[in-house]
Design a protein around this ligand. Structure first.
Ligand SMILES: [Zn+2]
Length: 136
């Protein structure tokens, strides 16, 4: 675990991260990681290392239009069989519901009204009207 309030030499950083010293040096020379300027030997701030690790470990997971974020897989997934239901809301948007192509779990996603024609072009979409509220 890297402590953000201390600084690390290349050797210490390598040990803290469980990588080779050469790996740390490579990250430094490729400017992926920056050391404190003007110091020799290089000293790396813990906060810098923590930030670097954070960026590496969490690649942005952006769902493509037809993909939904599957809570079971913890990743964006394509709908199984290219099929999805969209339950339309009165405001023109809708709720897309599909099965995960990988784990068959149910995935949900809000879609805007403008995205629906594009989705229909990619997926086999069954449009359903939201049930009118009872007592209205
Ligand atoms: Zn899944």
């Amino acid at each position: 675990m890297v402590k953000i309030h201390r600084s690390y030499t290349v050797d210490e950083a390598a040990r803290a991260l469980g990588v080779a010293k050469g790996t740390i040096r490579r990250w430094l020379t490729s400017a992926k990681l920056s050391a404190v300027e003007g110091l020799r030997p290089a000293l790396i701030l813990g906060s810098e290392i923590a930030c670097f690790l954070d960026k590496r470990q969490k690649p942005k997971q952006v769902c493509a239009l037809q993909e939904c974020y599957c809570l079971t897989c913890r990743a964006p997934r394509e709908p199984a069989g290219g099929m999805a239901d969209i339950i339309l809301h009165a405001n023109g948007g809708g709720n897309l519901r599909a099965l995960c192509a990988v784990c068959s779990g149910i995935m949900h996603k809000r879609v805007s009204g403008t995205a629906i024609p594009a989705l229909q072009a990619i997926l086999d979409v069954a449009i359903q009207q939201a049930l009118p509220r009872i007592g209205k």
